[in-house]
Ligand binder design. Sequence first.
Ligand SMILES: Cc1cc2nc3c(=O)[nH]c(=O)nc-3n(C[C@H](O)[C@H](O)[C@H](O)COP(=O)(O)OP(=O)(O)OC[C@H]3O[C@@H](n4cnc5c(N)ncnc54)[C@H](O)[C@@H]3O)c2cc1C
Length: 272
Amino acid sequence: MWEAINKFKGGNIVIGAAKTTWDEKSTDILLDAPCEGPVGEMMFMLDFFLREHNLRELSKITVFTPGKIFFDDVGPKIRKKITTIIVKKGINVVNQKAISSIDAKSVHFEDGTKLPSDLTLIISPYTGPNVIKKSGLGDKYGFVRTDRSMRHPIYQNIFVVGDCNANSMPKLGHIATMQADVAASSFIKEISGKGSVIEFKPEVFCIMNRGGTEATLILSDTLFGGKVDRTLDGPLAHLMKWGFDTYSYYTRGKLPPDLVQNTMEKMLEELK
Ligand SMILES: Cc1cc2nc3c(=O)[nH]c(=O)nc-3n(C[C@H](O)[C@H](O)[C@H](O)COP(=O)(O)OP(=O)(O)OC[C@H]3O[C@@H](n4cnc5c(N)ncnc54)[C@H](O)[C@@H]3O)c2cc1C
């Protein structure tokens, strides 16, 4: 991808997520695109890159979504903020477009339409690992339904957290770590009889880098019936992502200490 971007000298760019199909018996939330954050990061960072290389005027960026609306997993306040930035950057968005094929010069959709494209960036449909598909532990797409304590409904000694949990929706590292906390508390309660099982209260939390020192933070639980719909845009959001990435990189994947996370949560409370 990096090679293709470096060779690009202007033209049509198409970015989007392919439509993912779910087993309706496994998950209560059926998102056509189970995470549009990566699409958002790609379009904004590419816009930034092209401006830096004096190629933006020579390029048209079009983003497609298989969903009814782009970023349909967040609240209206966040969506409004993202839309404002998209409009400011001159990016076009087309909704309800399920990709059927691509060739060297275009992206084709199931409804018979196509978009001209000299540079195409696609998130492929999500699927679970083969090991789960073959094991019979999950559905035909390789995702496993669990109860609220992350246990397999039949094999109670099996806990499933992260993207391969069918109810991880959208597919987010933040949700994976929340599920891990729930599973760990359930496991501890079982072996020691102490504590209680943490309640699973999912939320969408991610920070989209937008190139340079810009980033957009998203915190929302409206998809799960809540009212949290907060966003923070600018260098502070970028600094938070940089801090998280750097800590995680140098500690080989650890999450920042509770103190840092609690401070961040307090700060986000102020954004109400
Ligand atoms: C571009 C991009 C940006 C993202 N940004 C964010 C963000 O800002 N915030 C956020 O919360 N989430 C973000 N996500 C989503 C996040 O990365 C995933 O939700 C998260 O990594 C899921 O964690 P996981 O442990 O379930 O799965 P994974 O991280 O995919 O880990 C699964 C591991 O299992 C290994 N594996 C698979 N099969 C086998 C096997 N048979 N035997 C042994 N090992 C196996 C794989 O190699 C892999 O290392 C982003 C995703 C992408 C693609």
